[in-house]
Structure formats: structure tokens, C-alpha cells
Design a protein around this ligand. Structure first.
Ligand code: ADP
Length: 617
């Protein structure tokens, strides 16, 4: 005669089971993670009782979690030596819902039939996930309390469950999942090993699978910083980062408010994306008490921090949240805010205390910071502080922060100036730089075509507008008269003639007040447009040749010998003067980096050379 007592599931439990089985989790394999987590909790609780000196049944039994698969019987079994459950606890924990919050949730569910993902995540339903893959689940349990006995709880997941006495049970629980016919893969050792490694590799108790220890790597992020050696960190990094080189940076920190967080983040020595490889994908995994919630967690950091690798562990995360819903919980946004802020602070500290390594960081990851300036409004100003550029007052190769630039600014200087050029030599010989050199104003040299874009988004720094040199309305303080320079009248008639001669190729012609060395310069007629911006637009196919041609103004230097002679020559040999004028315009475009195809001017240049040689021979 059977001694089994039959129980009905509480009505809510039955509803809950249906949700868990049919819609809560995206991957069935999650049930392995959930049952291991329950086992780990039970073992953890036992350890707590041990340390608080309680009398414990089978006191010397080591704390372990062992999993066995049986592909003949099609079962997977999770055994732990934790606290176990009494008869009352089996009924209470596995057959009723204690939380009133869960009831409210179910009520809401019954009303509008839409599972609210946020709510689902807030209460424990992990155990029931066993029924996603199992047609029958049996729990053999023996409480740690010396006077208790063993019990066997079993259910097929609908209707109810049975409880009967269990003979000769060891302390702890053993959950046997009899797999459904189409879930037999969970009785395969290799498959299960893979799943355990993925989700439960850092559980702080040994996990054995069919007698073999599976979790070998320690969750070092949960340990205290000062007891971890560099080698341990590097080993851990190698393990999670799949990178043989030690990382450039690591940040290990804990926070309690507003969220409890333990994080261990690494910056790889090289950026594979900068090396020209495919776009990097964030490799920061999200854990809750050392159990994986989401690998390569999306939304944990802003996109521009996608080069980070590591681990974020937060106790505040509901363990059984399903994957898709993770992204849009407000919790994720909170985590993102705290983590990003902390990492930026870390970079600030590095930049200040260890400029040498920070220099390396900027070389490797500057692009990402710039992307952040453009895409991440929240952190824009903080990121502005982290940028580094060469500058006219520093030797080649040395970089400055905007903060230091501002400190060096002349008292009457109101704006931060920059020149965009392919390299230092080009920046220094840029006609746009001349006026600043004469005035002794510092100018930042930007070598990345996107820098101008970045500056535009940053807009200002420390309340000082960021201004492209070519857009600055800086003029030479005083222009000393030079022998032979054009008179005002001559200049004005040259202005008129040049406009007539160059026609539509320029928007306007005027006398420059900023040139020292160069004969002429072009300035964009559109007050928001610059040469490098046009180049970018062009490279994106947004700007036609002819359209941009008429948008530039030509400014000339009335003291320059070439200009002076041009004015004389146009009376003597108008056709030759016209050719020279066109060449001057093209030269100015070359200086601005805007001449599309130099071949178009070669014919003219050759004709001019021919005439020079003719005159001299
Ligand atoms: P949660 O773990 O989130 O509370 P579960 O549905 O997974 O929700 O489990 C319900 C309860 O059953 C647990 O809180 C715990 O008290 C008990 N329990 C589950 N598995 C075990 C186990 N292996 N050993 C002891 N108690 C367990």
C-alpha cells in the first residue's frame, strides 16, 4: 500500500507553472542554472548555520553540488549537501506561494493576460523551470535539523504533488528531473557540461558532473582587492577575455548605493576594432551572485565602451529574469549609469596619475571616446576632458588636454582654436594657422577627419567655444605696411577683377586680414561649414563637386609678392594673369584639402611653367 500523501497545488501555483513552462524563459536550458542556484543557496545557508554554531545533521559532510546525467533513464539529477527541507518546508516552498506580491502579480495577469516582465523577475519561480524540460520531478530531501527525517516530493507539474517518507537520505536535497522525450539532450554529459560552464562556472562551491569537477575558475571579482595578486587578475582576464596579452587597464570596484555592484572590468592592450577588424562587441557578462544572467550583456554600458571586457555582478538583479526583458528594465539603466560614471572617473584618475599609460589608452581607444562625444549626450562634457590633441605650443608627439589648453589661454583669448590637417607639418603650414602664430595663440592640431565633427558636437569646453581656425574671426592686430604692397584702390580693383575672372568658381573675393606667408586662402561661405566638414560630407556622397565650388570665398594677401605682381600683370597680359588667378585659387584649395582631383589643374600648371621657362631662356 502506498504511503504517499496527495496534495493539490495551490491554484496560483498551477497558473504560475503554466507561465513558467510556456512563456517565462526563452531557453529551456535555463532550468539547469536555476536548480544549481537553488542548490548553491541551500549550501550557502548551511555554511551560515555551521559558522553560527548550530547542531547540524551529518556535520562532516562536505559542501558540494553534484550533478549526474543518465542517458538511459533520461534523467538529470541535482544533489546538494545543503540545508534540505522538512515536510513542512516542502509543502510551503514547493507547493504554495507565500509572497503576497506574487499573488497581486497573478491577479493582474488574470485580468489583462499580459505577463509583466518586470514583475515576473521579482519573485522566485526558479524551481518550476524544471518542468520545462521534465515530465516528472522528484525531490529527495533531508533537513539539516537533527530530529527531522527524509521526504520525497514528486510531481508531474499539473494538478498536484505527492509526498512520502524517504529512507536513508543524506543531508540536503536531490532533485531528479525525468526528461520529456524531446528534451533528452539534457541527459547528455557534454551538453550539460557546456551549460554549467556557461552559467554556473563561478558558483563558490565545487560542482561535479558525473564525478568530474566542472567549475575551476574562481569568481575573483567577489573577493577583496588587496588579497588578489596581479597574476590572478591576468589569469582571470585571459580566461574571460580570450586574450594572451595582459590588459592595459583593470578596474575592480564595489558599490553599495544606489545599487549593490561588484565589477571587474578590463581594457585589452590592443583594440581589435582600431586594428581594422570587425566592430567589437561588448564582452562584459552580467551576473547575480556569481550566476550568469546575461553573457555579453547588452545595454550594460553605452556603445562607445564596447571595448570593455569583464564581469558585473549585482545582487539586486532578479535571477530568473528572462533575457529579452533584461534590456529595458530600469534596473539596467541604473546599472549603466553607475558603471559608466565610475569608468569615466577611473579614466580621469589614470590620465592624471599615470599619463604615460593614459597616452597609450588614448592612442588605442581615442576613437571610442570621440564616438562617445558624438553619441552620448549624458557624458559629453566628461568625455571632452578625456580627449588629447597635439598643439602648436607643444613639441610634436606630445598631447594636451582641453583643460590644460584653457589654463594656458591668453587673457584676452575667448575661444579654443583648432586646425584640422592630415599631419603636423600640414597643420603648421596651413594658411589658417598663420594669424594665430602671429598672435601667439595656441592652436590644437587635429589629425583625424572626424575630429571636426567631434568638436562640433562638443561645441564648447569650460564655457569657451571651440572654433575651427578657418572660421575664427581673428585678424592680425596690426599689419605693418610693407614696401610695394597693394594700395587700397589697387586691392579693390583686384577684388573686382578676380571675381569677374573666377566667376562661379568662388562665392566672393576679399582682402584678407589674417595672412602672413600665404598669397591666398579660401574660406567657406557657409558660416557653419568648414573644409574638413565638406570633405566628410563628400566622402559620404552628400556633396556634389559643382555645388561646393561656389560656396567658397577667396581671400588674398595684398602684401604678398605674387599678388602684387598679379595686379601688375593683369594690365600687361590679361590671359596669363587669368591663368595665374585660377592657379592661385586651386592652390588655396589644395591647402584646404579640398581639391578633388589635382589632374584637372596639371594642364594649366604645365602651361604656366612653359611660360616661366620661355621668359627666362
Ligand atoms: P527561489 O529560489 O527564488 O526562492 P524557487 O522556486 O527556485 O524560488 O524555490 C523555492 C524555495 O524552495 C526556495 O526559496 C527554497 O527555500 C526552497 N528550495 C528550492 N530548492 C532547494 C534545495 N535544493 N535545497 C533547499 N531548499 C530548496
Amino acid at each position: 500500500m502506498s504511503t504517499a500523501e496527495k496534495h493539490h497545488f495551490q491554484a496560483e501555483i498551477q497558473q504560475l507553472l503554466n507561465i513558467v513552462i510556456h512563456s517565462l524563459y526563452t531557453d529551456k536550458e535555463i532550468f539547469i542554472r536555476e536548480l544549481i542556484s537553488n542548490a548553491a543557496d541551500a549550501v550557502e545557508k548551511l555554511r551560515f548555520y555551521q559558522t553560527s554554531g548550530q547542531t547540524i545533521y551529518q556535520q562532516d559532510q562536505p559542501l558540494t553540488i553534484s550533478i549526474t546525467t543518465d542517458d538511459k533513464e533520461n534523467t538529470i539529477t541535482f544533489a546538494d549537501t545543503g540545508i534540505g527541507m522538512t515536510h513542512g518546508e516542502l509543502v510551503e516552498n514547493l507547493g504554495t506561494i507565500a509572497h503576497s506580491g506574487s499573488r497581486a502579480f497573478l491577479k493582474q495577469l488574470a485580468e489583462d493576460k499580459k505577463p509583466d516582465a518586470k514583475l515576473i523577475g521579482q519573485f522566485g519561480v526558479g524551481f518550476y523551470s524544471a518542468f520545462m524540460a521534465g515530465k516528472k520531478v522528484a525531490v529527495y530531501s533531508r533537513s539539516y535539523l537533527p530530529d527531522e527525517k527524509g521526504w520525497v516530493w514528486s510531481s508531474e507539474g499539473s494538478g498536484g504533488y505527492e509526498i512520502e517518507p524517504g529512507e536513508d537520505l543524506n543531508r540536503g536535497s536531490k532533485v531528479v528531473v525525468h526528461l520529456k522525450d524531446d528534451n533528452k539532450e539534457f541527459a547528455e554529459q557534454s551538453k550539460v557540461e557546456h551549460i554549467i560552464k556557461r552559467y554556473s562556472n563561478f558558483v563558490p562551491f565545487p560542482i561535479e558532473l558525473n564525478g568530474k569537477k566542472i567549475n575551476t575558475v574562481q569568481a575573483i571579482w567577489a573577493r577583496s582587492k588587496n588579497e588578489i595578486k596581479d597574476e590572478e587578475y591576468n589569469e582571470f582576464y585571459q580566461y574571460i577575455g580570450h586574450d594572451q596579452q595582459p590588459p592595459l587597464y583593470r578596474l575592480h570596484f564595489t558599490a553599495d548605493a544606489p545599487l549593490s555592484i561588484q565589477a571587474l572590468l578590463f581594457v585589452p592592450a590592443r583594440s581589435f576594432e582600431t586594428l581594422g577588424m570587425a566592430r567589437t562587441e561588448s564582452e562584459v557578462n552580467l551576473y547575480c551572485r556569481r550566476i550568469l544572467i546575461q553573457a555579453k550583456a547588452k545595454g550594460l554600458f553605452p556603445e562607445w565602451l564596447r571595448f570593455l571586457k569583464g564581469v558585473v555582478d549585482s545582487e539586486d538583479l532578479p535571477l530568473n529574469i528572462s533575457r529579452e526583458t533584461m534590456q529595458d528594465t530600469s534596473l539596467m539603466q541604473k546599472l549603466n549609469k553607475v558603471l559608466t560614471g565610475r569608468f569615466i572617473k577611473f579614466l580621469d584618475e589614470k590620465a592624471e596619475k599615470d599619463p604615460e599609460s593614459y597616452e597609450k589608452f588614448v592612442t588605442e581607444y581615442g576613437r571610442f571616446l570621440k564616438e562617445g562625444v558624438v553619441t552620448d549626450f549624458t557624458h559629453r562634457d566628461a568625455l571632452g576632458k578625456l580627449l588629447r590633441y597635439e598643439s602648436s605650443t607643444l613639441p610634436k608627439g606630445q598631447k594636451t588636454s582641453l583643460t590644460d589648453y584653457v589654463k594656458r589661454m591668453a587673457s584676452e583669448q575667448k575661444e579654443i582654436y583648432f586646425v584640422t590637417a592630415p599631419h603636423r607639418e600640414a597643420a603648421e603650414s596651413s594658411p589658417y594657422y598663420e594669424v594665430f602664430q602671429a598672435k601667439k595663440y595656441e592652436v590644437l592640431f587635429l589629425y583625424d577627419p572626424w575630429d571636426e565633427f567631434v568638436m562640433e558636437h562638443l561645441h564648447e569646453f569650460d564655457k569657451k567655444p571651440l572654433r575651427p581656425a578657418e572660421k575664427a574671426d581673428a585678424t592680425l592686430d596690426q599689419i605693418d605696411a610693407k614696401a610695394g604692397e597693394l594700395s587700397q584702390d589697387e586691392s579693390q580693383s583686384l577684388v573686382k577683377w578676380l571675381k569677374e575672372t573666377l566667376g562661379d568658381r568662388v562665392a566672393a573675393v576679399r582682402v584678407s586680414k589674417r595672412l602672413v606667408e600665404s598669397p591666398a586662402v579660401i574660406v567657406d561661405a557657409d558660416q557653419f561649414m568648414t573644409g574638413s566638414m565638406r570633405r566628410i560630407l563628400k566622402s559620404m556622397g552628400q556633396e556634389g563637386d559643382t555645388a561646393s565650388a561656389a560656396k567658397q570665398d577667396l581671400e588674398f594677401n595684398p602684401q604678398h609678392l605674387m599678388i602684387v605682381r598679379l595686379e601688375r600683370m593683369r594690365h600687361a597680359d590679361a590671359p596669363l594673369a587669368a591663368k595665374v588667378a585660377e592657379q592661385i585659387l586651386d592652390n588655396a584649395k589644395v591647402a584646404a584639402g579640398l581639391l578633388e582631383d589635382p589632374r584637372t589643374m596639371l594642364k594649366r600648371l604645365n602651361e604656366l611653367l612653359e611660360q616661366v621657362l620661355l621668359a627666362k631662356s
